[in-house]
Design a protein around this ligand. Sequence first.
Ligand code: FES
Length: 157
Amino acid sequence: MYNRLYIINTMPTTKADSDAGRDRRHFLARFLQWTLGLFSLILVYPLLRFLGYTVKPKPRHMTVAAPLPLSGYHTERDFILFAGDGKPFAVSRTCTHLGCRVNFLEDKQIIECPCHQSRFSPRGKVLSGPAKKNLTTLAVVTKKTADGEVKDYIVTL
Ligand code: FES
């Protein structure tokens, strides 16, 4: 039978063995840190992209039937359409100050914001603040019948 006891010495016997072991542990620790850092980035990156991502809205086309009222303008929820002098134009109703919905004051021929009384010309130009930027102008396409009569106005938001 075997009655000898074998002892496996795992301790480094020389200084060179000790340094090699320390270098290996150091390398493995660094490798593990970099691997975890990389995996963290891989997991966090999509989340950061999601948080910072804004979806650009598709353009909407709104149709306004002709003729416009005799007043020469038509108000919708998001825009005001003016007949112009044969060349229709539209401006957004979103105030450039803080986003309230502006109204056209027919008697004064100005667009005014009910929130902080910014005033704009019918073309959307700032007349008085606090808004500093003009109202957004919107593209208007005129659809005509075969006779050349205006049938619809198509406003692109
Ligand atoms: S939101 Fe229109 S003036 Fe402030």
